[in-house]
Every structure is written in structure tokens, then in C-alpha cells.
Design a protein around this ligand. Structure first.
Ligand code: C2E
Ligand code: CA
Ligand code: CA
Length: 590
């Protein structure tokens, strides 16, 4: 007979049930171990220090990261308080925060620099209370995250926002933030004078356009480096954009001090730069504006420094100017002039006058120089000195120069067709025009369109135009020469180039500047220079033109010195095209 339990189950059935329950328990324990192991693995895998403390501050648990951070094993940590492993003052601070957390029972976080075990890091940490009803106790849960790298990245981003990527200098936003803070702190200067100095590189655009952006960038970097080494640590140099730099002088002791610094900058910038084995010289035009005298807000200060900088450009560049209020009026006049010039080109208000050149051996007119004039609305004749620099600055010189070339070639061709086919025409070429990539193409198209033989066209370039970047100039000149035209160096003697250097260029003629001719016969040294230049030029197989000949004495001197050609008021002032006929026909003989 089967034994039955009280609830009617047989003993076997009971045994089976017990076995089943035991199996369940083993299974549950396995699962519990798995969970516990999973939890601790998850906690250990976190790159965060996690720890639990009892109300007395004794460590109950710490994950792997927390053990590593403290340099102790879990066994060593358990039961210890921060007083056992932190310096007293840090441990004290920790305990105070713990007590605050226990009191307020909310999450308290903080960010702090910690130096521990010889390593400094920035930690984001937090503490809160967790309740464990099963144990009848509450615990303090703490965590700490090392955010050193994050902070570094944040700093880097901030640096990038306020610095220029190309030169590493502070940028426009830095200056804006700096000035805003300064003007807020010292609205009336507080007996302190601040200098805002704007530096703009002369003709940088020409270099950038003709040599490519890479060389342009390399030059900007080199300029930035040199300026940084020049301006002194107490001042702030920033790249304001393009080829513009701003220098802030936070503490101006006197205007002399600013002037001296600007003199020093101009001096240092004279040294050539070498980029890809090419030699460059580049000068800055500088404008100075002072706070509080010249402006009370940032926009005004920058604008006025800009006006002063433009004044330096007008003065001939490579110099500095201090802002004065009438520059504002001047700038407006200038802007008007630019607009009018643009319209003049459209309305065909330009005309050419021609100044003949006399061959000193034959006494005949052999060529003429084309000189631009502007017949404005009021029928006033404006001379190039009043508008060429603005045309150059605004870039308008390129289309105006092209108009001059076309007009001069077509009018010269008219004279050829009328039988004077030995007559040549000389055209002045501005630096911006010369360095424009397509000058050779423009000229060959114009020669083709007008039918003027290339031998009848001569280009007049100043020394500074070719000496600015000699290697590049030499290349351009060779290409131009290959068209069959002639090249003349204008205003010779006013630049820095030596004859021996010029012989490397494919040029045909030297035009001795009028300042040398003016004193011929009176100033012995001057006369000796002119004689020597003529002789040297002849050795180098160059023709010589003397310009600005105003007297018979000067003409005699030049004739004796075997100068080839003469040009000047004594022979003729620049005249309208129709008056040339008479001169050529009369063969003006002295
Ligand atoms: P530049 O090339 O040196 O031209 C000669 C200047 O000297 C002319 O002035 C001429 O009128 C003046 N001159 C000629 N003979 C004498 C003389 O015996 N005594 C004196 N004191 N002066 C004399 P202009 O026409 O006013 O031209 C001034 C400058 O403007 C030129 O100097 C040239 O650099 C520039 N220019 C003129 N036309 C053009 C042009 O079409 N394109 C460009 N880019 N520049 C031009
Ligand atoms: Ca000339
Ligand atoms: Ca000249």
C-alpha cells in the first residue's frame, strides 16, 4: 500500500516535488550569480568611478575604475573612509559634501581639478542617496568621470573660434570680444589710452592672383610670424581677414611710442621674404586710431583706423598715418571719385594726349607717349595725377588701361596709314595691369584688331613694377617681348634698381626721370650721373630717352652726351592727336 502524505500526495510524488524545487533553487541561484556577475561587470566596464558608502562614509563597494583611480584593490577599499587614502583637506571637503547630500537627499554634482598620484585631471563627480529597503539601510552612491580630454577639446574649439587657422593669430572675433570687454571696463579710457592699429599689405592681391593662393597663404604666414615677433608681447596682433592685420596696444604711453613701433614694423618688413625659393618684398600701409580720443565704440575705432590706413595708401603706401577727423570727408570725396571714374569709362570721357619724342641724331619725331586725360562733365580736363591712384586702388585701372592700349594702338595705326609708318607709340602700364595674368593676350588681341605692327608699340613700366617680384616680372616681360613689342623702364633713377640688375630683363629702353634732367648743366654730380647712365645703357645695348627736357641747354647737354631721344615741354607739351601731324611733318629740328 502506498504511503500518503497529509494532502494526499504519495511520498514519491513529494520527493519529485522536492527535487523539482531544489532544481529551481539551483537554477535561481545560477541566475542570481549571473545577474550579480553581470551587474558588477557592467559597473567594472564603465569608464566611471562608482562607489557606495554607508552613512559613516565607509566604502561598501567600488567598481574597477574607482579602485584603479585610487590605486587600491576592492578589499583594501572596503571599510575605509576617504580619510584613509586622501590628503586631510581633500578628505574633509569630501566629507562635507557627503553630509550635505545626506542632509538634502538629492543629487549634488561638481566639476573639479584633482591632482592625485602625480596626475592632474578634471573630474565631473556626483553623489546621491539610494535607498535599499531590503537591507533597511540607505547608502550614498557616488560617481566620478574624468573629463580632462573633453575639457581639452572644449578649449581647442574655443581657441579655433577665436584664432585664425592659417596664421594661428587671434582673429576678428577675438578682437571684437577684447575691445568689447575693454570698452566696458574703461568706457572713458580711465586715464589709459588704447591704440588700434590697422595694417594692410600693399598690392597683396596682385601676388595672390598671379602666383596662386598657396604662395599667397605661405606669404601671409611668413608676414604674420614676422609681425608677431616685432610687435612685442604686451600688444595683441590679430589677423583681421584677408591681408589685414590689427594690432591692439593696450597701454599707449605717448604718441611717440606708437610712431616708434610703426617705424620699427616698416623697417622690419623691408627684409625680403622667400617663398618657394622666390623673393618677395611686401610693405604694409598702416592706420592708427586711439581710444578714447578717436572713437568710443569698436566699430568707430576700426573704421577710423581704416580711414587712416587709406590715407597711408594715398600717401604712397609703406607708411603710417594717425586718424584725423577730416579723413571722413576725404573718404567720401574718394568714394564719389570712384563712382565717377566707373561712369567715365562707360560714357567714354577719357581722351589721350600725345607727347612727342625726338630722335636727337636726326632731329625727327620718332614716337609719342600716350597720356590719359579725363574730360569730365563740366568739360574740365583732369590730369592723371588726380585720378590714377584711385583707379589703381579700386582696380579700375585694368579696364581703363585696356582702353588706353586699344585707343593708342588704333590712333597710331591711323598715322601709319597716313604714311608715317615709322612712328611708335608708348603706353604707360600700371603694376596691377602688368601683373594681371592675361596682359599678353590682351595686347595681342588689340594688335590684331587694330592692325598696328608690334614693333610700333612700346610699354612703359616703372622700376618698382618690375623690381617688386623680379622673377615673375622677367617671365611676363619675356612673353610680352615674344609678341614683338618693346619695353621701356620709366622714371629710371627714382627706384632702387641698378643698371646691372636691369640687364637681366629683356628691355629695350631706359627713360631717365625728369628730376635728373631738371638740373642738367647746374648740378655737376647730377650731370655726371646722367652721362654715366647713358654710357652704361649703351654698353648694355639699351636706348636712352631723357624726359622732362624744358630748355635748350638741357637738350644740348643730352645731344653731346649721345642720348638717343628726348621728350619734354621744350620739344612739345602733350597735345591732342591732330596736332601731332604738324610736328611729324615739320620734322622739328633744333
Ligand atoms: P609719366 O609716365 O612720367 O609721364 C610724363 C609726365 O610728365 C606727364 O604728365 C607729362 O605731361 C609730364 N611732362 C612731360 N614733359 C615735361 C616737362 O618738360 N616738364 C615737366 N615738369 N613735366 C613734363 P601727366 O600726363 O600728368 O602724367 C603723369 C603720370 O600719370 C605719368 O607719368 C604716368 O605715370 C601716369 N599716366 C599718364 N597716362 C597714363 C595711362 O594711360 N596709364 C597709366 N597707368 N598711367 C598713366
Ligand atoms: Ca611714362
Ligand atoms: Ca616718366
Amino acid at each position: 500500500m502506498n504511503q500518503h502524505s497529509q494532502n494526499g500526495q504519495t511520498l514519491e510524488e513529494l520527493q519529485l516535488r522536492i527535487d523539482e524545487l531544489e532544481k529551481r533553487e539551483v537554477e535561481l541561484q545560477k541566475q542570481l550569480r549571473l545577474h550579480t556577475s553581470l551587474h558588477s561587470r557592467v559597473l567594472d566596464a564603465l569608464p566611471i568611478n562608482v562607489f557606495l558608502e554607508d552613512p559613516e562614509g565607509r566604502t561598501i563597494f567600488a567598481n574597477k575604475q574607482a579602485c584603479l583611480a585610487n590605486g587600491l584593490s576592492l578589499d583594501e577599499l572596503v571599510g575605509k573612509t576617504v580619510f584613509d587614502f586622501f590628503p586631510q583637506h581633500i578628505a574633509q571637503l569630501n566629507r562635507e559634501i557627503d553630509l550635505e547630500v545626506w542632509e538634502e537627499r538629492r543629487l549634488i554634482t561638481r566639476e573639479a581639478k584633482v591632482g592625485f598620484q602625480g596626475k592632474e585631471s578634471i573630474m565631473f563627480s556626483g553623489k546621491t542617496i539610494i535607498e535599499l529597503p531590503e537591507s533597511g539601510k540607505d547608502f550614498l552612491l557616488g560617481f566620478g568621470l574624468d573629463i580632462t580630454d573633453l575639457k581639452k577639446a572644449e578649449k581647442k574649439i574655443e581657441h579655433m573660434a577665436y584664432h585664425d587657422a592659417l596664421t594661428g593669430l587671434p582673429n576678428r572675433w577675438f578682437i571684437k570680444a577684447y575691445l568689447e570687454k575693454y570698452l566696458h571696463d574703461f568706457p572713458m579710457g580711465n586715464n589709459q589710452i588704447l591704440g588700434v592699429v590697422l595694417l594692410d599689405l600693399d598690392h597683396f592681391k596682385v601676388i595672390n592672383d598671379s602666383l596662386g593662393h598657396q604662395a599667397g597663404d605661405a606669404l601671409l604666414q611668413a608676414v604674420a610670424e614676422r609681425l608677431r615677433d616685432t610687435v612685442g608681447k604686451e600688444n595683441i596682433l590679430a589677423r583681421f581677414g584677408g591681408d589685414e592685420f590689427v594690432l591692439i596696444i593696450p597701454n599707449v604711453s605717448s604718441l611717440d611710442m606708437v610712431n616708434e613701433l610703426c617705424d620699427y614694423i616698416l623697417d622690419v618688413m623691408k627684409e625680403p621674404f622667400w617663398i618657394n625659393k622666390q623673393r618677395f618684398t611686401i610693405s604694409p600701409s598702416i592706420g592708427i586710431c586711439l581710444h578714447p580720443e578717436h572713437g568710443s565704440d569698436m566699430n568707430n575705432l576700426i573704421k577710423n583706423a581704416d580711414l587712416a590706413m587709406y590715407h597711408s595708401k594715398e600717401k604712397g603706401r609703406n607708411c603710417y598715418s594717425l586718424f584725423v577727423p577730416n579723413m571722413k570727408v576725404h573718404a567720401m570725396v574718394r568714394m564719389d571719385m570712384e563712382i565717377n571714374l566707373r561712369q567715365a569709362l562707360e560714357k567714354q570721357e577719357f581722351v589721350l594726349h600725345y607727347q612727342p619724342k625726338m630722335n636727337l641724331k636726326t632731329g625727327r619725331i620718332s614716337g609719342m607717349e600716350a597720356l590719359i586725360r579725363w574730360k569730365s562733365d563740366e568739360n574740365k580736363l583732369l590730369y592723371p595725377d588726380t585720378f590714377i591712384s584711385i583707379a589703381e586702388e579700386s582696380g579700375l585701372i585694368v579696364p581703363i588701361g585696356e582702353w588706353v592700349l586699344r585707343k593708342a594702338c588704333s590712333e597710331c595705326k591711323m598715322w601709319h596709314d597716313a604714311g608715317f609708318d615709322e612712328l611708335t607709340v608708348s603706353v604707360n602700364i600700371s603694376p596691377a595691369q602688368f601683373q594681371k595674368q592675361n596682359l599678353e593676350e590682351v595686347i595681342s588681341v588689340i594688335l590684331f584688331e587694330t592692325g598696328l605692327p608690334p614693333r610700333a608699340l612700346e610699354l612703359e613700366l616703372t622700376e618698382s613694377t618690375v623690381m617688386k617680384e623680379p622673377e615673375l616680372a622677367s617671365k611676363i616681360l619675356k612673353n610680352l617681348k615674344s609678341l614683338g613689342i618693346s619695353i621701356s623702364i620709366d622714371d629710371f633713377g627714382t627706384g632702387f634698381s641698378s643698371l646691372s640688375y636691369l640687364k637681366n630683363f629683356p628691355i629695350d629702353t631706359l627713360k631717365i626721370d625728369k628730376s635728373f634732367i631738371m638740373n642738367l648743366g647746374y648740378d655737376e654730380e647730377n650731370s655726371a650721373i646722367v652721362t654715366a647712365v647713358i654710357a652704361l645703357a649703351h654698353i648694355l645695348k639699351l636706348k636712352v630717352v631723357a624726359e622732362g627736357v624744358e630748355t635748350l641747354d638741357q637738350l644740348d647737354f643730352l645731344q653731346l652726351g649721345a642720348c638717343d631721344l628726348a621728350q619734354g615741354f621744350y620739344i612739345s607739351k602733350p597735345v591732342e592727336i591732330n596736332s601731332i601731324r604738324e610736328m611729324v611733318g615739320n620734322c622739328l629740328l633744333v
